[in-house]
Design a protein around this ligand. Sequence first.
Ligand code: AMP
Length: 413
Amino acid sequence: MANVANQAESVAWGTPLSGQGQRLLLLGSGELGREVALEAMRLGIEVIAVDAYANAPAMQVAHRSHVLSMLDGRALKQVIEQERPSLIVPEVEALATETLLELEADGWTVIPTALATRLTMDREGIRRLAAEKLGLPTSPYRFAANEMEYRDAIATIGLPCVVKPVMSSSGKGQSLVKTDADIDSAWTYAFEAGRGKDQRVIIEGFVKFDTEITLLTVRSHPQVPDAQPTTHFCPPIGHRQQDGDYRESWQPCALNPKTLTKCQEIAKAITDALGGVGLFGVELFIAGDPNQAQIVYFSEVSPRPHDTGMVTMVSQNMSEFELHVRAITGLPIGDIEQIRPGASAVILANDTSNSPVFTGVAAALTVPTSKLRLFGKPRAHKNRRMGVALALGDTVEEARQRARDCAERVQVH
Ligand code: AMP
């Protein structure tokens, strides 16, 4: 099996579907996976998309697809042995990561590493690595497996605090507990929304941050034999979250140089610890007056492209997806350049639908510099992300206004 990540120069770049091509197997086929698939296909890589439901966005553009529960280790192993991918590329957290560890030990390449997928599968693994092993600043936190532990944790952390299932994303199951009256409902919501068998909950002290950013960080192999991976950073991306889910993002997010250096040091520490190659989305909270020394808190990391990073599809010379594909296939990264200030704004569904219809697309695209990505998700439900509007501007404020204007004109029915 070719390990393309380590042997870029020696890899024969075969034709897709010939039996000789590089095969990239995506575990998770949402909107981010679709862009990874498209970038890989531009480089002549054969793409196999996997997800738990049919016609997922990346499946609609991939060479082949499989529908299976990615938490089912046996099913995962079977599809990998059948497809024999050169690269196994996770696009979601909820995977049978024990199986990925076994597959990696058998010689398969997991991006960035099977251990990274294991540690980032839930909030506990990554939080313990960041705070307890690496000593990075984070919000205070406790974990709870039952209601008694939960109440103890809240008593220790204090109010306000943020309660989240250890396995969840997009704000599912997340609550801000401001007063005693919120404690019961936050527990029920987190416990019921948690994915996976062992439902645990994290209780985090509320960080009064002034800015929240994603620092896209790329680890790639230099083009010299046996060299250690090098780290590249994209300009910081600012974002606004609502109900634990991202609504808009912009790049660059202005930071003072000392704060940016701190952010990069934290991003390097956590991505070095996870290892492997690829693009990572490092989420950081920044607190304090920008004219003085600010505190940077590590919040989370995705060992893959990040939703807030969709802005890079317009704002950079290479999107986060192109950077990820280059890094994981052992290709050079080159210079990451910001073209102009850019922004993204999400398009959410208002309701449940089994055949969503978009209107207002033409009106949306009359907004100067705007672009749309409609994800083609076969089903909609309230607040599901169905598309994203992208725009550029002379300033971040102008780009944000344009992206919001564009997104608001699109309706999902
Ligand atoms: P997460 O899923 O952990 O990325 O949380 C989603 C969003 O909720 C974050 O981007 C923040 O805006 C907010 N959030 C999460 N944890 C905290 C915290 N401990 N303090 C303040 N805000 C938080």
